[in-house]
Design a protein around this ligand. Structure first.
Ligand SMILES: NC(=O)c1ccc[n+]([C@@H]2O[C@H](COP(=O)([O-])OP(=O)(O)OC[C@H]3O[C@@H](n4cnc5c(N)ncnc54)[C@H](OP(=O)(O)O)[C@@H]3O)[C@@H](O)[C@H]2O)c1
Length: 294
């Protein structure tokens, strides 16, 4: 795949990590389909991407809680560029609440944006990715590696992203060969029943290749805490700053930046990562390892 004329669709690209991903892809000359709900912010990102080297940037206003908006997003992308090489499922929202404060309504909302939208977009992107042997980068989170106070709903959606990433990339299922007295061979998928256990079976691992059989890779990135609107929108700045200090890594006390995450997304989408699929890669300067050991 020629990096310079890749078509890349990035959700949640009106600001934060998604905007940084768009800008790094733009530097490589990629053609971009960017999307969000905020028209002005999206246009600002489009302008920067063009300045950074992208020849064409499509802006689509879409609410990812609506399937019709996602259909429109995909249709416009294909109509404009004629193909899709990379889908970056980046958009997400945060909802901080304890179990005691849980409401079905808030869970439905976060589930829609953070998990159902990436699944639906993957489904409608697949026919196009098959043609380009393209790939998917999902945005997960450090919350999948340890527990955070109040983040259980967000964490469930991001753990779902990790599972979805792995099963989309490649699935494994066991099968068994049974040979009867007439030397006839039968294939059984799944687990043997007790009566079947008494027969002569040859166990085999059998790989249902998932998207891998179509040459499509799928990976996820799990960033640590990064200063973006996702927190600043509903937490006082001082609390975010305290959290950023607490999350400082062993790498010179730094936390990762939106550019660090964007560089990883561009790497995973590139031919340099041709043999990487089903991975959920943590970017937090090693902080999560030290947390586990505390
Ligand atoms: N920042 C962190 O510390 C951190 C850490 C780990 C993982 N992440 C993950 O990184 C990704 C990007 O986060 P961020 O920090 O860049 O967040 P952000 O600054 O809040 O940006 C979120 C993006 O998602 C879009 N979005 C949200 N709800 C949407 C909806 N219903 N329909 C369409 N677009 C929607 C927003 O666009 P509009 O407002 O224009 O609609 C915006 O572009 C997310 O998946 C997040 O979970 C972030």
């Amino acid at each position: 795949m020629d990096e310079a004329c890749k078509v890349v669709l990035i959700t949640g690209s009106s600001r934060g990590i998604g905007a940084a991903i768009a800008e790094v892809f733009a530097k490589q000359g990629a053609l971009l389909s960017i999307t969000g709900r905020n028209k002005d912010k999206l246009s600002e990102v489009a302008k920067k991407c063009k300045e950074n080297g992208s020849k064409q940037v499509l802006e689509t206003i879409a609410d990812l809680t609506k399937e019709e908006d996602m259909n429109k997003l995909m249709e416009e992308t294909i109509k404009t560029f004629g193909k899709l090489d990379v889908l970056v499922n980046n958009a997400a929202m945060l909802h901080v609440a304890s179990v005691e404060d849980y409401t079905g309504e808030s869970f439905d909302k976060i589930l829609s944006v953070n998990l159902k939208a990436p699944i639906y977009l993957t489904k409608i992107a697949k026919p196009h990715l098959v043609l380009t042997k393209g790939n998917i980068v999902n945005m997960s989170s450090i919350v999948t590696t340890r527990t955070f106070e109040g983040y259980f709903m967000y964490g469930i959606t991001k753990s779902g992203i990790n599972y979805f990433t792995k099963t989309t990339a490649a699935r494994t299922i066991r099968y068994f060969l049974k040979i009867d007295n007439f030397c006839k061979m039968y294939i059984y998928i799944g687990y043997r029943t007790d009566s079947e256990r008494r027969c002569f079976y040859i166990p085999h691992a059998f790989y249902f290749a998932g998207f891998a059989k179509d040459g499509i890779r799928c990976n996820a990135i799990c960033p640590g805490l990064i200063a973006t609107d996702i927190y600043l929108n509903f937490m006082p700045k001082e609390i975010v700053e305290t959290a950023l200090t607490a999350e400082a890594s062993l790498l010179n006390g730094k936390v990762a930046t939106v550019e660090d995450v964007a560089n990883m997304a561009v790497f995973l989408a590139s031919e340099k990562a041709a043999m990487v699929t089903g991975e959920c890669i943590v970017i937090d300067g090693g902080r999560f390892i030290t947390k586990i050991n505390e």
